[in-house]
Design a protein around this ligand. Structure first.
Ligand code: AMP
Length: 281
């Protein structure tokens, strides 16, 4: 069932809340793929009812062309969700149903998490993400909400957001779903040409190479080699490569045994910006 208005969705959810049956939420921007569906299936398995929100959130885009070109496929998305044959409600609002008449971001400080990587390169992005998720959380009041490690920085920020906003929601992280050649599934992949799609497997290959060499090489060495690998690649332009401590996301200069690290890449294939990451230890 598709709801465009909070009020009607609320009526549908109320009986579940009254009977203390678990409500799961999977926030998405639509153009659903297997990666999204994995989150939805996990929520269906762990909750009595699942809400999938489909909303291309204008306040988290720093680039109006990217916002305009973001794929919107609500009919196909709802067919896909229906095919799961489960208790799933779709919430696909217009901006004013969530934001009221002012579609603007609240300013957040996520303890520095927002200053690294995506935060550096997409100004205001995490204020937009925090704002829309806070609105969705308050509208839907889920017991659990599901997020992909594909957007690992976002996942850590959402954990911080529920702390800041004092929301009693369990945030569940889910592994990255990939295409057969390793490219992380993404709605943006729909905008790649066949050649760009094929060549974009290089991002995953590079992350795997970093993981295999993480124990033998220093971080500056790995940095240098990855930069060089991208320079030699004619199809992908590297925006950033970082190895960061998973807790604070601060780029690491040297390894410490007790810390856990991930490698993060953002790169352009033509006009399309792709991100990916991988656990290293
Ligand atoms: P999006 O529609 O891109 O905002 O993504 C909605 C949710 O799906 C986010 O929590 C993403 O991290 C997650 N997601 C997107 N792509 C993948 C993927 N390839 N594997 C796992 N989760 C994903």
């Amino acid at each position: 069932m598709i709801f465009h208005e909070q009020q009607l969705l609320d009526k549908e959810l109320d009986p579940y809340r009254v009977l203390k049956k678990k409500v799961g939420l999977v926030p998405t921007m639509g153009a659903l793929h297997e990666g999204h569906l994995a989150l939805v299936k996990k929520s269906v398995a762990e909750n009595e009812i699942t809400v999938v929100s489909i909303f291309v959130n204008p306040t988290q885009f720093d680039n109006s062309k990217d916002l305009q070109k973001y794929p919107r496929t609500l009919d196909e998305d709802s067919k896909l969700l229906r095919s799961l044959n489960a208790k799933i409600l779709i919430y696909a609002p217009q901006p004013d149903d969530l934001y009221g008449n002012k579609v603007v971001s609240k300013r957040y400080s996520f303890g520095g998490l927002e200053k690294q990587m995506e935060g550096k390169f997409r100004s205001g992005h995490f204020d937009g993400v925090g704002t829309v998720l806070n609105l969705l959380f308050r509208a839907i009041r889920p017991d659990q909400a599901y997020f992909g490690e594909k957007d690992f920085q976002q996942l850590q920020i959402v954990r911080k957001l529920v702390e800041i906003e004092k929301l009693p929601i369990n945030i569940v992280g889910c592994p990255i779903y990939r295409e057969p050649h390793g490219l992380a599934m993404s709605s943006r992949n729909k905008r790649l040409s066949q050649v760009e799609f094929d060549k974009a497997g290089f991002i995953f290959e590079t992350l795997q190479w970093v993981r295999s060499n993480f124990s033998d090489k220093s971080i500056p060495e790995l940095q240098k080699i990855v930069q060089q690998k991208f320079k030699e690649n004619n199809y992908l332009e590297l925006e950033y490569f970082e190895i960061a401590n998973i807790k604070n996301l601060i780029p690491a200069k040297r390894k410490r045994k007790r810390n856990k690290y991930r490698a993060f890449i953002a790169a352009f294939a033509g006009e399309v910006r792709l991100i990916d990451n991988m656990a290293l230890n």
